[in-house]
Design a protein around this ligand. Structure first.
Ligand code: NIG
Ligand code: FE
Length: 395
């Protein structure tokens, strides 16, 4: 069994809050031992055990790898012209999803695979060690199944989003499309998916269709997530809470009742079982008002940050960019944003082995080219991720 000691860590963010190390569980002058892909020991550098190999962090900050709990990587084409039109004043409506559906259906498996691997690799180089990947640009039985099979080649966190929009060929008979999603499409998708998701929004799926689809997915053993309250107020949050969703994502337009509903899922004074996942890349790229993270945090709602990487509303794979936006635009402190991008994402995926560095957790971590996690927001746009370890293996 080969061991690796990451030594001379100036600031170690553990997110392990047993003790008095603040919300990020920060330790200074620390070392971390990796054995068999897991964290085996954490302690002061001076007490570090012997190991087969040593990785010198040189006094820099070390953090858990980012957990990006919301990404749409399986697609073809891009929508740069749509982005340019928005920056010239056009609104975002989600209507461009159908453009990407056309390109995705026309692509070969290898073309889709190449895009997924390129974006997954791009994210890894920016510190993301766990990445949820959704289908949702195929919208036929075969195209949704192959989208998920390709996603599952790189991630265990795969999500069936057959209910992204009603495809053009079903435009005048949405009930039939819901029947397809709940029947043959779910049957073909479920073997490759851990989660089911629905875009519950005006112009996509109404609350009754969304509830029916999520309930079918749940009955097939999938966990529930919801796209909701992105473009305007709506029923997404309430539906997510009703169904025990792991997360409602976007949460840009919330009423007080929505915030209360999320807060009501709080267990034992700790975290909420339904997380609010905020996606500031989408507000950036659609020039929309940002969600108010402070309001959610002050109400006791657990918040995650994710990229929403997709070719329409948020074509970024960068969690550091999202952390910087959250701090600058959403009233989060740097510590809250870093927690939300790591431990918060893990909560949104109901994982306790990632987003945290403690004995037994996966040795997924990043060494920064900076002395502190603060630099992720303080130095926006700068490539600060010096080295990433996934399952203890330098990438
Ligand atoms: O999460 N909101 C729905 N789906 C994506 C956008 C998809 C697209 O525009 O292609 C999102 O923002
Ligand atoms: Fe999304």
């Amino acid at each position: 069994m080969s061991s690796l000691l990451v030594d001379d860590i100036g600031e170690l963010v553990t997110n392990d809050v047993e003790g008095e190390a603040g919300p990020l569980g920060i330790r200074r002058d620390a070392a971390l031992l990796v054995e068999e892909g897991r964290v085996a020991w954490i302690g002061p550098s001076r007490d570090a055990p012997a190991a087969d190999r040593r990785l010198d962090a040189g006094g820099a900050a070390v953090l858990p790898g980012f957990v990006d709990s919301h990404a749409h990587l399986v697609f073809a084409g891009d929508r740069a012209a749509e982005f340019a039109a928005r920056m010239a004043g056009q609104p975002y409506t989600g209507g461009g999803i159908r453009t990407t559906v056309g390109a995705t259906r026309a692509a070969t498996d290898d073309e889709l695979r190449a895009t997924v691997r390129r974006l997954h690799g791009e994210a890894l180089r920016q510190g993301t060690t766990t990445m949820e990947i959704k289908s949702g640009y195929g919208l036929t039985v075969a195209d949704e199944a192959r989208s998920l099979a390709i996603a599952a080649e790189v991630s265990e966190e795969t999500t069936f989003l057959g209910a992204h929009v009603v495809p053009a060929e079903y435009a005048d008979r949405p009930d039939d499309y819901v029947g397809l999603v709940c029947g043959p499409m779910l049957a073909a998708a479920a073997p490759h998916a851990r989660w089911i998701d629905v875009f519950c929004e005006r112009g996509a799926f109404d609350v009754d269709h969304a509830r029916a689809i999520l309930a079918c997915g749940q009955a097939a053993g999938l966990g529930v997530r919801v796209h909701g309250n992105q473009l305007g107020p709506g029923p997404g949050v309430q539906l997510g809470v009703e169904l025990g969703a792991a997360s409602v994502d976007h949460c840009t337009h919330l009423t007080d009742a929505d915030v209360d509903a999320l807060a009501s899922t709080r267990v034992d004074g700790g975290h909420t079982t339904t997380v609010a996942t905020l996606l500031p890349g989408a507000e950036f790229s659609t020039r929309s008002p940002y969600p108010d993270a402070r309001r959610l945090l002050d109400a006791g709602v657990t918040v995650a940050l994710a990229t929403d990487c997709n070719p329409g509303s948020s074509y970024t794979s960068s969690m550091p960019f999202c952390v910087a936006l959250a701090v600058r635009e959403m009233r989060m402190t740097p510590a809250e944003a870093v927690w939300a991008a790591t431990a918060g994402g893990a909560r949104a995926l109901r994982r306790d082995d990632v987003g945290v560095l403690r004995p037994g957790a996966r040795a997924d971590l990043m060494i920064l080219d900076a002395p502190s996690h603060l630099h992720l927001a303080y130095r926006p746009g700068v490539p600060l991720i010096r080295q990433v370890l996934r399952n203890g293996v330098p990438q």
